[in-house]
Design a protein around this ligand. Structure first.
Ligand SMILES: C[S@@+](CC[C@H](N)C(=O)[O-])C[C@H]1O[C@@H](n2cnc3c(N)ncnc32)[C@H](O)[C@@H]1O
Length: 274
């Protein structure tokens, strides 16, 4: 079998999936090397909305994995005032374009473009990540992303994170140089890890918590006075944890912040059982 031909065919299929047949011809002229996905830029209006949804600001370090001509990283630093931006792309042509665009943007002191493979890059310093790749590539990155600092925001374009539900999803309309269209944008927030057994002190009461976690959703049992109660609406938004239990026929909402093995609530604390 001709593997080079097979690889080219797969990338053309990816091009068509990404943005329609109009981009496939453009791809034919590129030397894709070992790229996992071809270059298709995110329309500028969609870039703006992605960065708005991620609430990028002066405390943020933003990485675009597969950064193309650098537009998302440059906008994060220039227009949204992120303190640092890093773009990673394997294609030297894209890195050259990104550096040319950076020189024009005048934020070169806070932005770097690196020619690296996203699957071999340490991006753990980021607290905002943008991705316009493919579903399969998002899934390959997902385990690494889920180990990042809780609260890290991930915005993806066109492709989701499969069974990890987004915090927010919306269709963004654009009109780029006379070409109108719509792109779906997804926002994810890395949840803290709470799965396991906890001992909770709420005033004079000691409560046992046994938690199960699926991404940001939390279920489990709350044992008070020897009586097990099912946890409802358990949810993590980064380090912020909330759940509801029914005690004496009334719903009681608990809210706290997770810091490693401690959860601190307004009138309660919980410690992870060792
Ligand atoms: C669909 S484009 C997105 C470009 C940019 N993020 C945007 O939204 O405008 C995907 C980019 O990923 C790059 N790429 C593909 N495989 C890669 C890999 N394994 N490591 C780094 N970059 C890669 C391509 O060169 C391309 O520029």
């Amino acid at each position: 079998m001709n593997f080079a031909f097979l690889r080219r065919s797969l990338l053309v299929a990816a091009a068509i999936t990404l943005a329609g047949g109009a981009f496939a011809q453009a791809w034919n002229d590129q030397d894709t090397g070992a790229l996992d996905v071809i270059y298709v830029p995110t329309p500028h209006g969609v870039v703006k909305r992605m960065l708005e949804l991620a609430k990028v600001g002066p405390d943020d370090i933003h990485y675009d994995l597969g950064s193309g001509d650098g537009r998302i990283v440059i906008a994060a630093v220039k227009d949204f005032k992120a303190k640092k931006g890093v773009g990673i792309d394997l294609d030297p042509q894209r890195i050259r374009e990104a550096n040319d665009n950076l020189a024009k943007a005048g934020v070169g002191d806070r932005v770097t473009f690196l020619r690296q493979n996203i699957f071999e890059t340490d991006f753990s310093e980021a607290n905002v990540i943008s991705l316009y790749l493919l579903s399969t590539l998002n899934l390959r990155l997902r385990p690494t992303i889920l180990k990042m600092r809780p609260g890290t925001r991930i915005v993806t374009q066109s492709f989701s994170m499969a069974d990890w539900d987004p915090e927010h999803k919306e269709s963004v309309e654009f009109n780029e140089n006379g070409y109108p269209g719509t792109r779906t944008v997804y926002l994810y927030i890395v949840p803290a890890q709470v799965e396991g057994k906890w001992t909770m002190a709420d005033g004079a009461q000691t409560i046992a918590l046994d938690l199960k976690q699926q991404f940001q959703r939390v279920s489990g049992i709350f044992v008070i006075g020897g009586k097990p109660v099912t946890i409802k609406d358990g949810k993590l938004t980064g380090v912020n944890f909330e759940f509801t239990v029914e005690v004496d026929g009334k719903p009681v909402k608990y809210e706290g912040k997770v810091e490693g093995n401690i959860i601190t609530g307004t009138h309660w604390t919980a410690k992870k059982a060792s």
